[in-house]
Design a protein around this ligand. Structure first.
Ligand SMILES: Cc1cc2nc3c(=O)[nH]c(=O)nc-3n(C[C@H](O)[C@H](O)[C@H](O)COP(=O)(O)O)c2cc1C
Length: 289
């Protein structure tokens, strides 16, 4: 499949075929795509742990189950637990990674002088900032970039996925032998879709001009209808949800998979106010959807 069509066909899938295992080699391809992603200084802070449902203890499945995860957790045969390992940013490691970029002729033009500039110019600043950078926006963006690449490869391989909010460290740390430097980011269900690949249509997104600007915030980057038409032909832009038969498909899925009419995997604990005013779902983890 062409890249633009893969992007167009990707949509979150929550109903999987529980009887159809995911091939190990397809998961390997997803992980390789994640390994090929870009990131700050090539420190590669992304980590993923593959969890096969049929080999996981009930305790582990319970611990990784997110609040909005009923259908996925009931039906997906595999999961990838993605996390940020802040140890990847440790100052000597970070500087070492930059040196390797110089040695492999990816940055700078002269190896010795580039390394000297890294040591003299960057090391002092990075030494002061690495602990903050390791949990800063760019570190999590890079985990996201890796997950996005893995996700697109999954769809290219005929798989489907659903990213879910991450279990909390205290719930899974021991069960997964996580290092203290792990910061959980996301749990991704992986499997073969029980839904038609259309899944009732492409997920509707906010208008283009409301998201993207030109030169300054508030001046929309105006989309050219001819380009939209080209992307429609290339299947990146597809028929929006819900397609006419979605209602019937959902009923069919619920019956075929023996699912209850609910989306939450367990009752939500009462929301408690947090410092920034956002509601927290307490021990159950943040409910992102
Ligand atoms: C980081 C992340 C966390 C998410 N958490 C959940 C979740 O806990 N439960 C769920 O049902 N969907 C979850 N989703 C799926 C989103 O609801 C979905 O991606 C969104 O509706 C956009 O749809 P699309 O992926 O089809 O474009 C999550 C997605 C992301 C990227």
């Amino acid at each position: 499949m062409e890249l633009k069509e893969v992007i167009g066909r990707r949509r979150t899938i929550r109903f999987f075929l529980p009887f159809r295992p995911v091939e190990r080699e397809k998961i390997q391809k997803m992980l390789e795509a994640a390994r090929r992603s870009s990131c700050v200084g090539n420190v590669m802070n992304v980590r993923g742990i593959v969890i096969w449902k049929d080999q996981a203890s009930p305790e582990l499945i319970k611990a990784i189950t997110p609040p909005l995860g009923y259908q996925q957790m009931q039906t997906a045969p595999a999961f990838i637990f993605w996390y940020n390992d802040i140890a990847a940013y440790q100052i000597d490691k970070w500087i070492g990674d930059l040196h390797k970029l110089a040695e492999s002729r990816r940055i700078g033009t002269d190896v010795a002088s580039t390394k000297a500039q890294i040591d003299r110019g960057l090391r002092p600043a990075f030494a002061a900032a690495w602990q903050q950078a390791a949990v800063g926006p760019l570190a999590f963006m890079d985990v996201g970039q890796a997950i996005a690449q893995a996700t697109l490869v999954a769809y290219d391989e005929g798989l489907s996925t659903c990213c879910m909010s991450s279990p909390r460290l205290e719930q899974v740390g021991k069960l997964l032998d996580l290092p203290e430097t792990a910061v959980p980011v996301c749990l991704q269900a992986v499997g073969y879709s029980a839904e038609q690949w259309e899944a009732g249509g492409q997920t509707v997104k906010p208008p283009f001009e409301s998201l993207f600007f030109e030169m300054r915030h508030g001046t929309p980057f105006e989309a050219d209808p001819a380009v939209e038409e080209e992307l429609r032909r290339e299947k990146m832009i597809q028929a929006p949800a819900p397609l006419a038969w979605r209602e019937a498909e959902l009923k069919y899925l619920m019956t075929a998979l023996g699912l209850e009419e609910r989306i939450t995997a367990f009752p939500f604990p009462a929301a408690a106010p947090t410092g920034n005013g956002a509601a927290s779902s307490g021990a159950a983890g943040d409910a992102k959807s």
